[in-house]
Design a protein around this ligand. Structure first.
Ligand code: ZN
Ligand code: ZN
Length: 379
């Protein structure tokens, strides 16, 4: 606790009126406002000092004690220092000063002034669901219907937790602040009120339907609009679809985790899909027509003569739509030439003939390879 004179700190005379004290505090709080002086520890110190002075002088009982006996008088009556610790506590505690004041126009709604705990209810918890999608659903986008178990506002008490006709009251333990102060030796610690769990309210006659909770378990059908092209492992956030808030608190969100089931034929690569198709030796040499599966049905593909194993053929725009709207991926068909493993006598005869011809008609690729090999060994 600062030992400076509180009147001096606020720059007012000892006999100043309540409204003069309030005015002086507003003026100084604005001057030393941490948002106006970011990263300036001296400003923060001043901000806290003027807030402490205001906390004492705005309270008639404390002011009287202070006027008569000074700092020692306050100490003797258990005021061992300001009830706030951080700048945020100050915003919370003096929110009436910061709300609807010049601070709003200065600092965009007095952001921290709105975080008073205990009066705005308790927010609902976030929920999670897991969603399995097939490749085809990812390609087209999908509307998935799920049944969700969650906490909904109690209809009997409209979510207040109080029996109809009664109201909730400020928690008697913390006086509605949601926090209690404990003094241990030199230290004064604030902690969440054990009675109300920080909510600041107490329900003298709880609603019978929800036992004062304000929410009841309910089932609800939710339709999840899955955008086309979504990736495995991402989460979709459905704002406000989680558990209902209590006593005016905001509802939680629903997080939907996307799992894309593996496909029998396809593998995803960014927005492209890859599909392996085996063909025979003869088909690779002579060329052929094959039918391949696509995400949207079947397609006929021409394999040109002389296609090598491992070569890709491309089906334009047969992949996934890009999730951000940048076009559509392609389908890549990986040709795998299958070497025959069991030869009939007739096949063996033909392959042998083929080999004889091959000796005379080396392909350019093999010719080059053997030439390079010879050079390599002769070094
Ligand atoms: Zn109820
Ligand atoms: Zn309480």
């Amino acid at each position: 606790m600062s030992q400076r004179d509180y009147y001096e700190t606020l720059g007012v005379a000892k006999g100043a009126s309540d409204s003069d004290i309030k005015k002086a505090y507003r003026k100084l709080a604005l001057k030393h406002h941490p948002d106006k002086n970011p990263g300036d520890p001296e400003a923060e110190k001043q901000f806290k000092a003027v807030s402490e002075a205001y906390e004492v002088l705005a309270d008639p009982e404390r002011r009287k004690l202070y006027d008569q006996y000074g700092h020692d008088g306050l100490k003797a009556r258990g005021y061992t220092g300001p009830s706030f610790h951080s700048v945020d506590d100050i915003f919370e505690q003096f929110s009436d000063i910061f709300e609807g004041s010049i601070f709003e126009s200065f600092f965009g709604g007095g952001r921290r002034g709105r975080t008073r705990r205990g009066r705005a209810g308790r927010p609902g918890a976030d929920l999670r669901v897991d969603l399995e999608l097939a490749y085809e659903e990812v390609a087209s986008g999908a509307k998935k219907r799920i049944e969700l178990k969650r906490q909904a506002a109690c209809e009997n008490c409209s979510g207040s937790g109080a029996r109809p006709g009664t109201t909730v009251e400020a928690c008697p333990t913390c006086g509605g602040h949601g926090r209690v102060q404990q003094t241990q030796g030199f230290f004064s610690i604030q902690r969440t009120c054990p009675r109300c769990g920080g909510e600041g309210v107490y329900c003298p006659s709880p609603c019978g339907a929800c036992r004062g909770e304000g929410t009841v378990a309910a089932k609800r059908e939710v339709i999840i609009d899955v955008p086309a092209g979504i990736h495995d492992g991402v989460q979709l956030r459905l704002a406000g679809e989680g558990n209902a808030g209590v006593r005016g608190g905001p509802a939680g969100d629903l997080y939907c985790y996307i799992h894309v089931k593996p496909h029998e034929f396809f593998e995803r690569h960014n927005d492209d899909i890859i599909c392996e198709v085996p063909i025979s030796f003869a088909e690779a040499a002579l060329g052929c027509h094959i039918e391949v599966p696509t995400l949207r049905g079947k397609a006929k593909v021409t394999v040109p003569p002389g296609t090598q194993s491992g070569e890709f053929l491309r089906l334009k725009s047969q992949g996934f739509p890009n999730i951000d709207g940048y076009g559509v991926g392609n389908q890549l068909i990986k040709i795998v030439v299958e070497t025959p493993q069991k030869l009939t006598p007739r096949m063996r005869e033909l392959f042998e003939q083929l080999e004889e011809l091959d000796e005379e008609e080396h392909s350019s690729r093999r010719k080059k390879f053997f030439q390079r090999l010879k050079d390599y060994f002769s070094l």
